[in-house]
Structure formats: C-alpha cells, structure tokens
Write a protein that binds this ligand. Sequence first.
Ligand SMILES: N[C@@H](CCC(=O)N[C@@H](CS)C(=O)NCC(=O)O)C(=O)O
Length: 421
Amino acid sequence: MTSFGTIIGPVESTRNYKACIVAALAGLDLATTPAFQMGVDNKTPEYLAKYPAGKVPVFEGADGFSLTDSSAIAYYTALKAGSESTLLGQTAEETAEILQYILFAEGDYTPVMAGVLYPLLGYLKFFKPAHQQFEEQFFRFLDVLNTQLINRTFLVGERITVADVVVACDLIMAYKLYLTSEDRKKYRNLTRYFKTIIAQPAFKAVVGDVVLCEKRIELAAPAKKEKAEKKPAAEKKPAAEKPKKAEKPAEDDDEEVEVAAPKPKSKLDLLPKPNMVLDDWKRFYSNNETKPTAMNWLWEHFDAEGYSFWKVEYKYNDELTKLFMTNNLISGFFNRLERARKYAFGNLLTLGKDDDNMIWGYFIVRGLEVPEEVTDAADYESYNWTAADHTDPKTRAEIEDCFAWEGPSLPRECYDGKTYK
Ligand SMILES: N[C@@H](CCC(=O)N[C@@H](CS)C(=O)NCC(=O)O)C(=O)O
C-alpha cells in the first residue's frame, strides 16, 4: 500500500494519534516520522518557512497538499476514506455534530485540561485561584460529556466516527494523569465510553494500552524555593525577582512528560564489547538479499555471548481481525520500542488471512536477557518473548524464513511484516 501522505511530528503524541487512528480505521496508509525531534525538527528555517507557527503535527500529502492542526488532519484523513466510509457520519446532521464535538474538544475542553495539568507538569506557572477555576471548568466539561453519553456507545450515530477519535485522544492525558478510580466512578458513562474507544483495535494499534491513573499527579515542589531555603535568610531575594524554570511555555504534551525525566543510562553499555556490531548487521541485512547472503553473514558473525535470539509471539491472536490492522499493531509496537533501537533488531510478521491471523517473529537483542529498553515499552506485555537457540537447525530455519518473510518454516502464509532496525 502506498501512503497518501505523511503526518509529521512526534509519533507518541496524542495529537499525532488522531489521524493515525482514523487511517487505521479506514485502512489507509499514513506514513509517520518516528525519528522526529520535537523542538529541533519543527524549528528549522525550512519547517518555519512552510509552517510559521512551528507547531506539530502537520501533514504533507503525496500530491503536495499540506495541512496543519491535528483534528483537521484527522478529518482530512477520514475524507480520504471515500464516501462509503461512515467516519464522518451518514447525514449532514451527523457530520455537523461530529464537527461540534471536535470544536468542543479542541476549543473548550483541551485548553481547560491544559490549565489543570500543565501547571502540575511544570509547563506553566501555578496560580492556585486560576488552577481552581480551570479544575471547576474541567469537571463541568467532563459532566457534560458524561451526561451526553448516558445512552450512547459513540458520540454520534451508532458507529465510531472522527468525533470519538478526537475526543478520546484529547481525554488520554486526563485519564492517564488525573482521573482516579473515584473520578472514574463519578464519570461512569464517560469512562465506559473511553474504555470502549481505547479498546478498538485501530486505537490499540496506534496508541497501545492506556494505563489509567492510580494517583493524581501533584504539584512538584518548585526547584527555586528549595534553593532559596539553603541560603542564609539575609541573602534571600523576593520570589518575583528570579526567573523560574517552570515559566517556560509548554512545547508539547505527553511526550514532554517522558522527556522531562532524566534518561537512564543503559546497563547494556556496560557489557563487554561484543564481537559483532549490531549496526553492521542492520546495514548488511538492508543492503543484501536475506537468503542466503545476509543470513550467511549473520551465522558467521553472530556473537552468542553478546547477543541473544528471542521468538516473539502476540498473546491475543484470537482478537486480531483485519490483516492491515494487525500490521498497524506491529508498527505501533515498534514505535513504542524506540528506546531499544540501538540494542535490538527483529522482524515481526503478519501471518494468515483476514479475521484469522497472528503476529510472529524473531528478535536479536543485546545481552542475554530481554533488556529493559524492550520491557519498558507499553505493549511489551502483549507479547510472549521466548529465548531461542539459534544453533538448533529448526529454530535457525525459522529465523532465516522470518527475516526473509518467506519460507517453509513460517507457521502460516505471510501477508506483510515490519522490520525493527
Ligand atoms: N491545535 C494544534 C495545536 C498544536 C500544538 O500546540 N502542538 C504543540 C505540541 S502538542 C507544539 O507544536 N508545540 C510546539 C510549539 O508551540 O513551539 C493541533 O491540534 O495540532
């Protein structure tokens, strides 16, 4: 499938998710930019010349058409699905209602949600009275949605639409960081609805599992105050005179939560130097026929003390439906494996047919255990990772066929696959 365009921006962002989910629902191929660097790639002179606001995401069509604003991109993606699609409703009234919910989510709910969460995340200055006002409005908006959803599965009509995708994506941060089990009981209909939407295979394929909040995030103690306390009282200056780090405006949402945490140094960098350099293998694999050339190289150079092989199988094959959605699920998993890029290589294949398929494959990882760079990925738990003995002829044949995406040892016919490299 050729992609009709590319959504440019950090892959793991609630704004990026919207169009990707719509594309997955519509069976359209929308390319993404997994290597995108927030604050760097959207601030280059070329980017700013095209998109002066310097915001993400933006869309660039294969035909040269470009667009900004996540919900507009999601809407356009749904239009690309054609007139048969119900993603934009089935009547003029439904389409208008979809627009109503998108505007509510973007224009009313999101700024208020940001007013509640961003000060707690350190993106904005915290003012208690303002925060209280935002919180009141925030809960009022949740109430509105909760009431509208009393008797509804979806916001508009009887099927999932772009309104559900946009609203559910905009709710992710609140459900991850703020709405405790008490709140979830209070907003029962909204929570039932949110859980329904995030359980859709297209949603899961793009977003992975959304882990619901256990404890609300709280205001972090301002770094400045701690510093001041260490100084003798006479040296203290009035609070207003010092610039605060936390005053820096937000550049991002979800992804900044992760960026803010200090990056752990990988234990894998402390292992003895291996005899095979993984990047050499990746390069050789990309530039040569897999069977026999690349595989012969691998068997000749593989360092069994520095690396291990793992068979990777999806645990919930019986829930898989359309082949393209299964393949999207693999893409989503690989996007969330970003931290492991330096330490792993693998192929996961979509095998079988529509409504009867499976995900199966093999990985090479640095070290003799599955490293935390892999186990940290949100959907790691959805896969069984079994140590594989590459000296066993049967396993070796499976690895070869897996990396070549064809061959007699594949458990089923190969529809498509993804290479993690
Ligand atoms: N309404 C826009 C908002 C886009 C937006 O604010 N994006 C943030 C990241 S979540 C951004 O690009 N911030 C960088 C900046 O403002 O320089 C959309 O939904 O796409």
